[in-house]
Design a protein around this ligand. Structure first.
Ligand code: GTP
Ligand code: SPV
Ligand code: MN
Length: 623
């Protein structure tokens, strides 16, 4: 018997070796045996997506203490370490062979050096543990969008999360017998009090050459659930070489007049409103985080890469997010992470309701009001990046086409960010190129707790995707520009900003106002409303927003609020162009058309400034 088959036979627990054999795929066997030899687990469990195997993984997560049961049937919670509460860009690197570069903004290191370090960290990392192996399909099954992926991990929580979040792939592997699939290897390392003890040695390394991602000494899903953001990094590279797009985008159906459904996709940085937008009441969700987009028969079509939501739980409540809230309080499979567990073993999170518990258990251990960390900063009951993991099928508003192998036809693209002082709540770019160059490529956002590090700092975030880019920035921009070649009517591009503030730091728009902006965009796509041409794009007219506020939110929209929100802020817009130009001057492959688009925008801003001053009411610009 070939050596790697012997390793597998020796290590696999009953039934697992046969499950590997049935795939008839030597590449899979080599992959699993390589890491079985390196990580040296006591045994290997292979999942074939059967109900029995899903149940086994779910139970293992509880037996191992990675998850604990809550007082509601089917629900569990998981805690990550106190230093492991978000994605960790500082510990994440691309491994590149000598001579290959991605540009200075993308963290990378020498491939050989990185692999040596990783293999050292992984050596015997699964001793006295079980290795879990799962197979997945990114995008709908049996589709031109499908990408196959295999995950190796010593965390049952990771595989359980993937079982909920990603479409089953075992049968797809069996059919395809493909050699090229995405590979993920994760070890939480030594566990102490249920969390990774060696967090200073946390590393997430992406090997673009072999389409393999390694993750060690961490548990937070964004660093460990390979099929989510780690696969997205590999898919960005794959898409670039095959002429399609991988984006940090939600996909949703907006329901317009005469029962029409208009599909949008929208790209916002982490924790900036993607899930909140596609969960708006009365609309339907296809996906909330990652999309693949392809040109098919002259149209842009998109699919949800996933089948579940790893969503931010803060502020989810019965009033603002009725569908998610219902799914979270109804018996059924939910994993809560980094929430507070109350004395009666129920989940509680900031913004759930007004009954803030005085004590409970959270990721810091026993918690009580006023508890502080070692820097004397108060520990909130639930972490601001606490999340829930559910299947889309447990939601009432799942779009009927959410699993369609051909995806849905995209009629509008939205970009957005956390911007307290520059952009208006919603506007439409003049055309595709103007949108990509002056809205998407100039996107900035204030940082959030989805990543470790200081919050609220304005950062450049190219197309809300900078954290995940695996190709040079200029190429990525041009891929987006060129994507509409051969498309008869490229979809309108919009920009939204839910986070505009007044001088005193108070938000200028309400949580639900985004519904009005969405309905306005839907009407614009079908040319059912006009707009005001401003230097930065087309803005809504007050007379079109007023009835929408009344119909959707049942409230009066005051003219003075409109004017405050939609004022064209010339100094802030000019400062933004200056900041962004500076950044791109350092990007080796920044395209000329980008500088040209920025220069033209600057000129338009200065022209209206001369005529109307620094802060201009949109009504002054009605032509
Ligand atoms: P990832 O899952 O990290 O990719 O994030 P996401 O884009 O899906 O973010 P999500 O929709 O979960 O929103 C995150 C945060 O934004 C939550 O804390 C919300 O309370 C807040 N938020 C969403 N919409 C609004 C809004 O209209 N106004 C304000 N002020 N906050 C909002
Ligand atoms: C994000 O951070 O953008 C998320 C959650 O959607 S994570 O899985 O951490 O990437
Ligand atoms: Mn995300």
């Amino acid at each position: 018997m070939i050596k790697y088959m012997k390793t597998l036979k020796d290590k696999c627990q009953t039934g697992s070796f046969e499950k590997l054999l049935a795939l008839d795929n030597a590449e899979v066997c080599k992959f699993v045996s390589k890491y079985a030899e390196l990580c040296n687990p006591d045994s290997i469990f292979v999942s074939n997506d059967s109900k029995e195997d899903s149940t086994y993984i779910r139970n293992r997560a509880v037996e191992l203490g990675e998850e604990k049961r809550l007082g509601v049937k089917g629900q569990t919670y998981h805690f990550d370490g106190i230093n492991d509460q978000g994605r960790d860009p500082g510990k994440t690197q691309y491994l590149l062979p000598r001579g290959v570069t991605l540009g200075s903004d993308i963290q990378s290191m020498n491939r050989k050096k990185g692999l040596d370090e990783m293999f050292h960290l992984m050596k015997n990392s699964m001793r006295s543990k079980q290795m879990y192996v799962g197979f997945f399909c990114l995008g709908p099954c049996d589709s031109e969008f499908s990408i196959l992926a295999a995950q190796i991990t010593d965390s049952a929580y990771v595989l359980h999360s993937e079982d909920i979040l990603v479409r089953d792939g075992y049968e797809q592997f069996k059919k395809a017998k493909k050699k090229d699939f995405f590979k993920f290897v994760h070890s939480a390392g030594v566990i102490e009090n249920d969390v990774s003890r060696n967090y200073p040695n946390k590393r997430i390394y992406i090997d673009l050459k072999e389409n393999t991602v390694y993750s060690a000494n961490t548990q937070y899903a964004g660093n460990t659930v390979g099929l989510k953001k780690l696969a997205m990094r590999l898919a960005i590279q794959k898409a670039s070489s095959e002429n399609w797009l991988t984006e940090h985008m939600f996909i949703m159906g907006a329901h317009g007049p005469n029962s029409r459904t208009t599909y949008f996709c929208g790209s916002f940085p982490s924790a900036c409103g993607k899930t909140s937008t596609c969960m708006l009441e009365g609309e339907t969700i296809v996906g909330d985080d990652i999309a693949y987009l392809r040109k098919i028969n002259g149209k842009i079509r998109a699919v949800n890469v996933e089948q579940g939501i790893f969503g931010i739980i803060k502020d989810v409540n019965a009033k603002d997010d009725p569908s998610i809230y219902e799914a979270l309080v109804t018996p059924g499979e939910v994993i809560f992470s980094n929430i507070l567990v109350t004395e009666d073993n129920m989940p509680w999170w900031i913004g759930k309701n007004d009954n803030t518990p005085l004590k409970g258990i959270n990721y810091s251990g026993q918690w009580h009001t006023g508890k502080t960390n070692d820097q004397n900063i108060e520990i909130t009951p639930s972490h601001t990046n606490a999340r829930y993991t559910i299947r889309l099928s447990s939601l009432k508003n799942k779009d009927p086409k959410a699993d369609d192998a051909n995806g849905v036809e995209i009629k509008g693209v939205i970009y957005g960010g956390r911007d307290s002082d520059t952009s208006v709540p919603v506007e439409q770019a003049f055309d595709w190129n103007h949108g990509i160059l002056t809205k998407a490529a100039t996107l900035e956002s204030e940082t959030t707790s989805a990543t470790l590090g200081q919050e609220g700092v304005r950062k450049f975030n190219l197309m809300a995707n900078i954290d995940f880019l695996s190709i040079p920035m200029g190429r990525y921009i041009m891929n987006n520009i060129n994507f509409v070649e051969g498309i008869e009517n490229p979809p309108p591009v919009f920009f939204v900003n839910y986070f505009l503030k007044d001088k005193h730091g108070k938000f200028l728009t309400g949580m639900k106002d985004k519904h009005v902006w969405l309905k306005w965009m839907e009407l614009r796509i079908h040319k059912d409303v006009g707009a005001i041409k401003t230097p930065t794009g087309y803005m809504p007219k007050y007379d079109d927003l007023k009835p929408l506020f009344r119909d959707i939110l049942g409230r009066e929209y005051k003219k003075e609020d409109y004017i405050t929100q939609f004022t064209v802020r010339i100094p802030e817009n000019l400062a933004k162009i200056e900041r962004i130009s500076k950044i791109y001057h350092k990007v080796p492959d920044a395209p000329d058309i980008l500088f040209k688009a920025l220069a033209e925008q600057e000129k338009r801003l200065k022209q209206v400034e001369e005529k109307y001053g620094e802060y201009i009411s949109p009504e002054k610009l009605i032509g």
